[in-house]
Design a binder for this molecule. Structure first.
Ligand SMILES: C[S@@+](CC[C@H](N)C(=O)[O-])C[C@H]1O[C@@H](n2cnc3c(N)ncnc32)[C@H](O)[C@@H]1O
Length: 291
């Protein structure tokens, strides 16, 4: 028996009716401890209910959470980055120059990916982030003279949506309360031709909200999405799912809810069909045109 299957069997036994209450007590204690970093706990109606249950904390808006991104992820790509780089490079070759990167940390993808392929001269790479991380990103960009890179805060997300060729969001969209991709598209007058979503918690069950220990004493609510519904909603707005991939490096074990666990997160690439593609050039400027 492999280690993975042995631990799966152990989990199945612990999830049984007799041991489940003790399992939940143990996992709840673990969740709130330092050793609970990256663990998940609980099923909530919405972000408000999760926040009422969590201790008051800054969530992602905490400078200490930038350290790994500054020191590692600006310099290194991981296996799950390759599909994104593949489609991004093709989009750039196809004339795309404007990237909106939702939850792009200090600009990690901008810095790490540019070592692998050439980015356009006229590049604009706009990151939407929480204030503490955006402030660090701005200062890094100033020092690196990375004039293509700019930052805004989440409360300006709606204004930042329009007029980009590419929307990118890696491991981030599910931490925003109201950011289903289709809802963002509906808010956007001039929609992107390319949508690249990486490291998303997708599965075949019902949507739900859970909470994650994100380190440095911080905790965040997050969405888990039904895969097909999320894809159908985007496709209904004039896009086709052109690629999808598994991210086995990210999984979700939710104690007490084996049916809601996710063995691997997902990546998705959507390309605009004719109409939405024109929208980016303003030809379909009116909001109703693509909805
Ligand atoms: C797991 S990290 C992923 C960072 C990066 N995209 C990557 O793949 O390495 C999640 C990112 O989402 C950002 N984030 C969380 N909530 C956010 C919000 N409400 N608005 C903007 N960014 C947010 C966090 O600050 C963090 O940088």
């Amino acid at each position: 028996m492999t280690y993975a299957s042995a631990s799966q069997v152990a989990r199945q036994i612990l999830e049984g009716p007799l041991t489940r209450p003790a399992l939940l007590r143990w996992r709840r204690r673990l969740f709130f401890s330092e050793a609970g970093f990256a663990c998940y706990f609980g099923v909530f109606k919405d972000f408000d209910e999760a926040r009422d249950w969590l201790p008051p904390n800054p969530e992602f808006d905490h400078a200490a959470l930038a350290a790994e991104y500054v020191n590692v992820r600006t310099k290194k790509v991981f296996a799950y980055d390759y599909p994104v780089m593949w489609w991004l490079e093709r989009a750039f070759r196809d004339g795309a120059t404007r990237v909106l990167d939702i939850g792009g940390s200090v600009g990690v993808h901008f810095y790490a990916y540019q070592r692998y392929f050439e980015m356009p001269q006229a590049l604009s790479w706009h990151v939407v982030e929480v204030p503490a991380i955006a402030a660090i990103g701005r200062e890094m960009a100033r020092q690196a003279q990375a004039s293509a890179l700019s930052f805004t805060h989440t409360d300006a997300l709606e204004q930042a949506l329009a007029g980009n060729d590419i929307w990118l969001s890696a491991g981030a969209l599910h931490y925003l309360d109201h950011a289903r991709p289709a809802d963002l598209l509906k808010q956007c007058e001039r929609r992107p031709r390319h949508i690249l979503l990486n490291k998303l918690p997708l599965y075949d069950g019902e949507d739900y909200v859970t909470a994650q220990n994100i380190g440095a004493g911080c905790f965040a609510p997050m969405h888990v999405y039904n895969r097909q519904r999320l894809i159908d909603e985007v496709e209904a707005l004039g896009y086709a799912l052109r690629d999808e991939w598994q991210v086995p490096e990210r999984s979700l074990y939710l104690p007490g809810f084996p049916e809601r666990c996710i063995p691997a997160h997902s990546g998705l690439y959507f390309g605009a069909l004719g109409g939405a593609s024109q929208g980016v050039d303003g030809a379909l400027g009116d909001r109703g045109a693509c909805t």
